[in-house]
Design a protein around this ligand. Structure first.
Ligand code: XMP
Length: 330
C-alpha cells in the first residue's frame, strides 16, 4: 500500500546511496516541489546540503521573503540567496520566443548554481562549506509530469522545455538528484505534510520555474515585470479572500505585453495592455479544465487591476481547457 511514510523511507535511502559523502546543493524556488525535495534531502543528508535560492527577478510579490524566513524557520536548512536580477534581465533582453526564453532561463539557472557551488566550496557562502567534499550534486524538484512532457517518457514528444528537465547545458558540472521524478503533485504534497513542511508551503499552488518570464507574452523587461507582479498580487489576494485557493489548481496571470487596446478612464483615452486570468482546475496538471469562478470575484479582480495597475486597461478570462491549451501561455 502507498503511504507517505514508506515512500519517504525509500527515497531517503535512495538519496543516501546516490550522493554518498558528496556535498549537495538544492535549487530552492519556494514552490512545493523544490521545498519538499529540499526537506527530503535535508532528512537524508542534512549536514551535506546547502540550499540556493536564486532571485532572478521573475518572482511574484513576497516570494523571496517567504523562502528566506518561513521555509528556513520550518526546516533549518542552510540557505544562500543569490541576487541575479540583472543577469537574467540582460540575458532575456530582446527575446520573445517562448522556447528561447525558457532555455535562456534554464541555462542562467544552472550557471548561477554552478557559481554558487564554487562560492560555497571557496567558503564564501553557506555554513556547510567544506573543501574536502566539493559540491557534486544538484537537487531538483522535478515531477513525473515534467519528465513526461519534456520527452523523458518513452515515445513522447517534447511539448515544452521545462527548465528543470530540458535546456541543461552540455557542460553541466553536477549529477542530478531528483527524488520526486516518479511522483505526481498530490503525492508530493502528502510527503511534504508527513515531513512537517508547513501547510502554507505544502498547499501552495504550482508556479513554474521560469516564473513571470513565461507569463509576459513578448520581451521581458523590468517595467513589464512590475506591471505583471502588481496584477498577479491583486488576483491572488482576491482569490484567497474569496476562499477559492482550494477550488483552483492555480491561476496564472498573464501580461499581453505586445498587445494594446483602446480604453477610456475618467475623461481620458488609454492605450494599454490586457491582463489574462487563467484559473484552472486539475488533478495533476496533465489535463485541466478552466475554473468557473464566481462573477463577483472576477468583477472585483478586474476592477482592482484596471484601477490600481498602470498600463493595464482590460482584463480577460481564458476559458480553454488543457488540452488543447496548456496551463501556461508559453
Ligand atoms: P503547462 O503549461 O505545460 O503546465 O500545461 C503544466 C504545469 O507545469 C507548470 N510549469 C512548470 N513548472 N518548470 C516548472 O517547474 C517549468 O518550466 C514549467 N512550465 C510549466 C505549470 O505552471 C503547470 O502547473
Amino acid at each position: 500500500r502507498w503511504t507517505p511514510g514508506h515512500v519517504i523511507d525509500e527515497l531517503v535511502e535512495g538519496i543516501r546511496a546516490q550522493v554518498g559523502e558528496g556535498r549537495v546543493i538544492c535549487a530552492l524556488s519556494g514552490g512545493v516541489d523544490s521545498s519538499v525535495a529540499a526537506a527530503l534531502v535535508q532528512k537524508a543528508v542534512g549536514d551535506q546540503l546547502t540550499c540556493v535560492f536564486v532571485d532572478h527577478g521573475l518572482l511574484r510579490a513576497g516570494e523571496r521573503e517567504q523562502v528566506e524566513t518561513d521555509f528556513v524557520a520550518a526546516t533549518g536548512v542552510d540557505l544562500v540567496t543569490v541576487d541575479a536580477v540583472d543577469q537574467f534581465l540582460d540575458a532575456l533582453a530582446g527575446q520573445t520566443d517562448p522556447e528561447t526564453k525558457r532555455k535562456i532561463i534554464g541555462r542562467e539557472f544552472i550557471r548561477t548554481f554552478e557559481q554558487a557551488a564554487r562560492d560555497i566550496v571557496a567558503g564564501r557562502a553557506g555554513e556547510n562549506a567544506d573543501d574536502e567534499h566539493p559540491v557534486k550534486w544538484l537537487v531538483q524538484g522535478t515531477l513525473y509530469p515534467d519528465v513526461v512532457e519534456s520527452g523523458g517518457g518513452a515515445g513522447t514528444a517534447t511539448i515544452k522545455s521545462h527548465h528543470n528537465v530540458g535546456g541543461l547545458p552540455d557542460d553541466l558540472q553536477f549529477g542530478l538528484v531528483e527524488p520526486l521524478r516518479m511522483l505526481f503533485k498530490d503525492e508530493v504534497r502528502a510527503i511534504g505534510r508527513e515531513l512537517g513542511v508547513p501547510e502554507a508551503i505544502v498547499a501552495r499552488q504550482p508556479f513554474p520555474g521560469p516564473g513571470l518570464g513565461i507569463r509576459i507574452i513578448g520581451e521581458v523587461t523590468a517595467d513589464r515585470l512590475e506591471t505583471l507582479r502588481a496584477a498577479d498580487a491583486i488576483a491572488r489576494e482576491e482569490l484567497t479572500a474569496a476562499g477559492l485557493d482550494d477550488t483552483i489548481w492555480q491561476c496564472p496571470v498573464v501580461l499581453l505585453a505586445d498587445v494594446r487596446s483602446v480604453g477610456v478612464q475618467g475623461d481620458g483615452r488609454t492605450y494599454g495592455h490586457p491582463i489574462v486570468l487563467r484559473p484552472v482546475s486539475s488533478e495533476d496538471a496533465m489535463t485541466a479544465d478552466w475554473t468557473r469562478l464566481p462573477y463577483e470575484v472576477l468583477e472585483r479582480i478586474s476592477t482592482r487591476i484596471t484601477n490600481e495597475v498602470d498600463e493595464v486597461n482590460r482584463v480577460v478570462l481564458d476559458v480553454t481547457s488543457k488540452p488543447p491549451g496548456t496551463i501556461e501561455w508559453e
